[in-house]
Ligand binder design. Structure first.
Ligand code: FAD
Ligand code: NAP
Length: 517
């Protein structure tokens, strides 16, 4: 993988272009912003927006930029959010414009209930841009797909909903949203929580729960982060005793990483249930056989951490909140009438291809709540129009070859690019997303330099129509500029001051818009 310094050096290599470049970026997460940054950096700013220049317009469905940096990254990891400073700088470039509170659709689509944002179809965008970069991420949860997981049972959530709730995402705080029910859960009904999955999101969820619960002596440690006040108040009433992560494979196959595991094992007064010795020994043998030196080193360290266990001993006191990893367990059915009561698990074994397969053996546990953390997924843009974007439903990504969007026959679609989780699937951290975005920016630049067909040409315009699509000028909803966002940002910071927090987020789009209307 490239190091950030090496990538920065590569940014200096410039390609000559043959026509003006007008790029629309859909989505303002790391992939959109890093691509915009690389694109603007690769042109001499003195060219401005003229015939040999570049313009980047970014469309974002929320009034707030930065995607998962604002609504995914955990509140107790503020240092990760520092990338926002870099994105702020990009947004200050006169060749860049931000259009917040604008949802891009694939074509005329039925309006979403209570959707507070403006909508613009790809057909309306296309004449204005030489290229479009799709960077709208993965904003749905992957389904568990077992009986009882269809939404009929209370107390069952997707990690995506829980994460958005503790990060103050307006969708999660809208009336009727799945996570909104969390606000009325009684503390004593929150003792035992099952988390399905063993990725870094599952660890984020477990850590936030264990840090903030009423039974943790460190409770209220999140009160000085940007976690919204109503969420802090709610979490701190929960009387958590046990958070169990159910893992369908073994200790050698967990997806979480060393740093995140270390943080869990050193939580103040939180005990970790020791992993069975034979399980660890089998995992160590598996890792020893690994031919990839990097994986071998990382996994060896991870298993050593699991073997060492938590700073707080497991038998510290009976009231210490605990967490554990239940290996070789895959959910078979979520049971209960209206509310979750029990979970039936298939015990699993690993087949020759390394996949978890159910055995004939099952186990049933009692759980108060279940959070399913089995990954995110991207979806196609709603509606269909003349400009269509082929979607690979099997992989839940926009079909692409090295970030260039391809049709059903594998042919490249001129002017259409994809980056970030929408291109790769929902894996990777901000740095890997940056590397991917830099690569796509170079591809876009190359297409222009070669004078290849562009998006506007494919809808009958020799050159991109300057200005912004008329649909935006006549939108019945407020279109949020970057300056508007800075006003919302300042208002949030002001609200945070008396609470000693970096900000107190607005929990609805309407509340954000009231700041700028
Ligand atoms: P996103 O960040 O999801 O951005 C997509 C943007 O598109 C969003 O703003 C969305 O609102 C917008 N959008 C969606 N649909 C539309 C539409 N129709 N029209 C207009 N806009 C639209 N990585 C780390 O390095 N460190 C961490 O600590 C870390 N924590 C994480 C925690 C969680 C819970 C998750 C899920 C991920 C975490 N990651 C972390 C990974 C990191 O967040 C991703 O690698 C990165 O955000 C992917 O960027 P993206 O731009 O592809 O997508
Ligand atoms: P992930 O890393 O892909 O983990 C998903 C987990 O769910 C895996 O343990 C997987 O098991 C399991 N799983 C999938 N389908 C399942 C099913 N049907 N039944 C049971 N278990 C199932 O995804 P993630 O945790 O959502 O994280 C997404 C990305 O964001 C990752 O790259 C992650 O590193 C990154 N992230 C980083 C940070 C950080 O840097 N601090 C924080 C959060 C997220 P299998 O392995 O068996 O498939």
């Amino acid at each position: 993988m490239f190091s950030p310094t090496r990538v920065a050096r590569l940014a200096a290599s410039r390609i000559q272009q043959a026509q003006p470049l007008r790029l629309a970026v859909i989505g303002s997460g790391p992939s959109g912003f890093y691509a915009a940054s690389r694109m603007l950096d690769s042109f001499d700013p003195s060219y401005g927006t003229g015939s040999d220049g570049v313009e980047v317009h970014m469309y974002e469905r929320l009034p707030t930029p930065f995607g998962l940096v604002r609504y995914g990254v955990a509140p107790d990891h503020p240092e990760v959010k520092n990338v926002e400073h870099k994105f702020d700088k990009v947004a200050r470039d006169p060749r860049f414009r931000f259009f917040g509170n604008v949802r891009v659709t694939g074509g005329p689509a039925p309006p979403l209930a209570h959707d507070p944002c403006a909508a613009i179809a790809l057909d309306q965008l296309a004449p204005h841009y030489t290229q479009v970069l799709f960077a709208y991420g993965a904003s749905e949860a992957r389904h568990l797909d077992v009986p009882g997981s269809d939404g009929a049972l209370d107390n069952v959530y997707a990690a995506l909903d829980f994460v958005e709730w503790y990060n103050g995402h307006p969708d999660a705080h809208a009336p009727g949203a799945p996570a909104a029910a969390l606000a009325s859960v009684r503390g004593e009904d929150m003792r035992r929580i099952a988390v399905v999955g063993a990725g870094n999101v599952a660890l984020d969820v477990a850590r936030i729960l264990l840090k903030q619960c009423a039974t943790s002596p460190a409770s209220l440690s999140l009160a000085k982060t940007d976690m919204p006040e109503p969420v802090v108040a709610c979490l701190s009433t929960w009387q958590l005793e046990d958070v169990n992560l159910y893992v369908r494979r073994g200790p050698a196959h967990v997806a979480f990483t060393n740093k995140e595991l270390r943080e869990m094992l050193t939580l103040t007064n939180v005990a970790f249930r020791p992993v069975d010795r034979p399980l660890l020994q089998a995992a160590q043998a598996t890792v020893r056989e690994s031919t990839d030196a990097g994986t071998k080193r990382a996994k060896t360290r991870l298993l050593a951490q699991l073997e060492k266990g938590s700073k707080t001993p497991w038998d510290a006191t009976p009231t210490t909140p605990r967490w554990g990893l239940s290996f070789f367990r895959a959910p078979a059915a979520l049971l209960g009438s209206q509310t979750l009561e029990r979970v039936q698990w298939n015990k699993t074994h690993i087949d020759a291809a390394g996949r978890a397969q159910p055995t004939d053996d099952t186990e049933t546990t009692q759980e108060d709540h279940l959070i399913s953390s089995v990954g995110y997924r991207s979806t196609p843009l709603a509606g269909h129009g003349a400009v269509s974007v082929p979607f690979d439903a099997k992989r839940s990504v926009i079909s692409n070859t090295r970030n260039r969007i391809t049709d059903e026959t594998g042919r490249v679609c001129p002017g259409l690019f994809v980056s970030g989780w929408l291109a790769t699937g929902p894996v990777g951290v901000i740095v890997s997303t940056m590397v991917d975005a830099y690569g796509v920016a170079d591809e876009i630049r190359r297409e222009c330099a070669e004078g290849a067909a562009t998006l506007c040409a494919s809808v009958g315009h020799a050159e991109a129509v300057p200005g912004i699509p008329a649909a935006l000028e006549h939108a019945h909803r407020k279109v949020v500029s970057f300056d508007d966002w800075l006003q919302i940002d300042r208002a949030e910071q002001e609200r945070g001051k008396p609470l000693g927090k970096p900000r107190e987020k607005f929990l609805s789009v309407d509340a954000m818009l009231r700041v700028v209307e």
